[in-house]
Design a protein around this ligand. Structure first.
Ligand SMILES: [Ca+2]
Ligand SMILES: [Ca+2]
Length: 342
């Protein structure tokens, strides 16, 4: 049996105006997943060098002459955070310290695009010398592919006013989806004298897992066309969790909703299709697309279990596809229905 209205979407476009005001996601909460993920970023674990020796700080893989250095000894800053700091050490042009932090416990938030990493440290050098230190964080996936990086420092002699001191630096960056490890690299570079006076202390990496953005939508429409003998309507609501990212597409983490029914009467006969959300979908800029499946139907060729979808496009267009794509509601941005973020 033919249902001309539903198989000819241009008819819908001609006769119906379905509209909505969209839809901006509601506020996101943010929660920290814990404290500093870096081990011994403050150099307090283990001893600090008191002369031109090198004492590799525990927790770090070092190169060059990277060392823990005791505050207050000859040639070191007089006082600072705790007993020790990290330094490039004697004789080395470049010294490094690396450690890798496992962040797989936050995989869900990371892959949803809601995790942010904050890198912070005290960075400094010696008097007017240009020796300095930089801290970098590399986002690494499970195959050891680097997905991105960001850095803090260096602090220049001018930044320090040519004083022997360390200054606080901090930066926050979104964690790319698929990140499973974050590699932290301290690089100390020497430009004057024998000793590499690139200094660091209180090196910290924290992860903040933003709660998935939750948005609750209500929608509905009612259609009546006397000439065609058509009346139709539906309404429903759903809640999405995810992160509609202004920069692009992100996953819908979950969709919660009761099934809804699209029902219509055409030339005296009643039809209905009951749809349920499958929980799958995606966001992209100004767009929410959610997968549906048919729960029950009395429309020929539109059987239980077949797929459908609902797409909501800013500034309010709605597209509802069902019955294997054969039936399609297109909603230009004119009124007779509504979508609402509540
Ligand atoms: Ca310290
Ligand atoms: Ca130096």
């Amino acid at each position: 049996m033919q249902l001309p209205l539903f198989s000819q979407k241009r008819s819908w476009q001609a006769f119906l105006g379905i509209a909505g005001a969209l839809l901006v996601a509601s506020a996101a909460g943010a929660s920290s997943t814990g404290g500093n993920l870096v081990r011994n970023g403050n150099a307090e674990e283990g001893a600090g060098a008191t002369d031109n020796e090198v004492i590799a700080p525990p927790g770090w893989v070092t190169t060059g002459a990277f060392t823990a250095l005791k505050y207050g000894v000859s040639g070191a800053p007089t006082a600072g955070q705790g007993a020790n700091l990290l330094a490039g050490g004697p004789g080395a042009l470049v010294s490094t310290a690396t450690q890798t932090v496992d962040v797989s416990a936050s995989a869900r938030a990371i892959d949803a695009g809601t995790a942010r990493a904050t890198l912070s440290a005290l960075l400094g050098g010696w008097e007017s010398q240009g020796d300095d230190a930089t801290v970098e964080a590399f986002f690494v996936d499970s195959s050891d592919v680097v997905l991105g990086r960001f850095a803090i420092g260096p602090v220049s002699a001018a930044d320090r006013g040519n004083r022997t001191t360390l200054l606080a630096r901090s930066k926050t960056q979104s964690v790319p989806p698929e990140t499973r490890r974050i590699r932290v690299l301290i690089t100390a570079e020497r430009s004057s004298g024998n000793y590499n006076d690139g200094y660091a202390d209180d090196v910290a990496l924290t992860l903040t897992a933003g709660a998935p953005t939750r948005a609750h939508y209500r929608f509905g429409f009612r259609i009546f066309d006397r000439e065609l003998g058509l009346s139709a309507g539906s309404s429903g609501s759903f809640t999405t969790e995810g992160q509609p990212d202004a920069g692009g597409e992100t996953k819908v983490v979950s969709v919660a909703a009761k099934p809804f029914t699209v029902a219509w009467r055409y030339r005296g006969r009643a039809y209905h299709v009951k749809l349920r959300f499958t929980g799958k979908g995606l966001y992209s800029t100004g767009f929410v697309g959610l997968a549906l499946s048919i729960r029950s139907s009395n429309v020929p060729n539109c059987k239980k279990g077949s797929a459908g979808s609902v797409s909501l496009l800013r500034p309010g267009d709605v597209i509802l596809r069902m019955c294997r794509g054969k039936t399609e509601f297109l909603a230009p941005a004119r009124a007779s229905s509504w979508i609402k973020l509540s």
